[in-house]
Design a protein around this ligand. Structure first.
Ligand SMILES: [Zn+2]
Ligand SMILES: [Zn+2]
Length: 172
């Protein structure tokens, strides 16, 4: 059986998501290949389709493109290491729209900074993120210094919350 040439070990399969259902698939694939080509050698880009069990003769665009890319600085018989893979973009900007790029083994890039991020970080680690507690920039709600302070004051006052008071009476 002919199975074609062996796949190089340094190929990485990436998925590009958030695509609208209606787009020119060929033109979009070409634009995507151009954008990816700046970071690695692009072997293939194709639109992904799914089939609905009730409509077996119809194909539906899955909102996703799959690309296989090759890091040329990486030997052909080796899978790229984490540092090499992290250089790959987390978002692609095509005609002013940002499309998320995923691959197995890497966390998703920040969804606030998107393609304008200068180094890898997740949405949680974003130093431009706005705190949901105090509204300051640069920390998350969980790490908010003002939130911790309020919590300490509550403990110092020692006043039991009404809810827990009620509960205690009911159990007596
Ligand atoms: Zn960010
Ligand atoms: Zn805060």
């Amino acid at each position: 059986m002919d199975v074609g040439p062996p796949t190089p070990a340094n190929l990485l399969s990436v998925t590009i998501t958030h695509l609208p259902a209606r787009n020119d698939k060929k033109a979009m694939g070409r634009l995507m290949a151009e954008a990816l080509q700046k970071k690695a050698k692009v072997h293939d880009v194709f639109a992904k389709y799914t089939i609905h069990p009730k409509l077996p003769n119809k194909r539906f665009f899955a909102g996703t493109y799959v690309a296989s890319v090759q890091f040329l600085e990486c030997p052909a018989n080796e899978f790229p290491d984490t540092d090499t893979r992290e250089t790959f973009p987390g978002w692609l900007e095509i005609r002013g729209i940002h499309y998320q790029v995923h691959y197995v083994g890497r966390m998703d890039h920040c969804s606030s900074c998107r393609a304008s991020a200068t180094q890898f970080h997740t949405t949680r680690d974003c130093n431009k993120a706005k705190c949901w507690n105090c509204g300051d920039i640069g920390h998350s709600k969980v790490e908010c210094p003002k939130r911790d302070k309020n919590r300490m004051e509550d403990v110092e006052d020692g006043e039991p919350a009404p809810a827990s008071d009620k509960k205690r009476k009911r159990t007596e």
